[in-house]
Design a protein around this ligand. Structure first.
Ligand SMILES: C[S@@+](CC[C@H](N)C(=O)[O-])C[C@H]1O[C@@H](n2cnc3c(N)ncnc32)[C@H](O)[C@@H]1O
Length: 201
């Protein structure tokens, strides 16, 4: 479901890069669907690139290194960075503006939204997918300007679309929070959830 959710945001393109491709599953989906002329599979781990090579053979090009560094001057038309923490994704981007970026941060999605919008991106898709009782944010960004409200930063740009996975996660977060100690931070989080619930009515 998670990789499928990412895959669905990838449109047919010339050069596609998966940064931190691990096993190469997403690259395989892109290749099998004929969605890219060139597929660049990169990872910081040589062992992961070996796994990807075993899966994809000569259908892809391989790069070992930190983030975008091993790509040198190549600017992919579409870049995916998924399955890493928000800070790692921000570190990889280091203020770089890519033409079409799809990310799935495993945490700190609010920080990623705020930082990337501040750095010249516009979020054009922002959804939640569920896989084995876990929830994942998936965003697509392009260069541009955007002003986000606090609710959009915390819950996603399209939180008011009332989508099933989003609503399920909201309910789970609310019931968890009500069992936690009522610190100012937790009280604030609950207040924000209540505001979102008003939008969803
Ligand atoms: C949990 S896996 C996610 C794999 C795949 N992207 C996905 O979403 O299923 C994280 C991968 O990112 C790689 N990785 C972590 N930090 C990286 C970095 N700075 N640059 C490139 N790859 C990185 C890891 O080696 C690992 O293969």
């Amino acid at each position: 479901m998670r990789l499928r959710g990412i895959f669905e945001l990838i449109e047919k393109t010339e050069v596609f890069a998966d940064i931190g491709c691990d096993h190469g599953q997403l690259c395989k989906m892109v290749l099998d669907a004929g969605k890219a002329d060139r597929v660049l599979a990169t990872d910081i781990s040589k062992a992961c690139i070996e796994k990807a090579k075993a899966l994809l053979g000569d259908r892809a090009e391989y790069f070992v290194g930190d983030g975008l560094e091993p790509l040198g001057d190549i600017v992919p038309n579409t870049t995916v960075i998924s399955g890493m923490g928000g800070n790692t994704i921000l570190h990889i981007l280091e203020g770089r503006l890519l033409p079409n970026l799809i990310i799935s941060p495993q945490n700190d999605a609010h920080k990623v939204r705020a930082t990337l919008v501040k750095n010249g991106y516009r979020i054009v898709e922002d959804k939640v997918v569920e896989e084995r009782n876990k929830y994942y944010d998936i965003l697509r960004l392009v260069p541009g300007t955007q002003t986000l409200t606090e609710l959009q930063i915390v819950f996603g740009v399209y939180f008011d679309r009332n989508e099933e996975a989003f609503v399920r996660r909201l309910k789970r977060d609310k019931s968890k929070l009500t069992t936690y100690k009522q610190t100012p931070e937790n009280i604030k989080k609950l207040q924000l959830i209540t505001e979102v619930e008003r939008w969803l009515r």
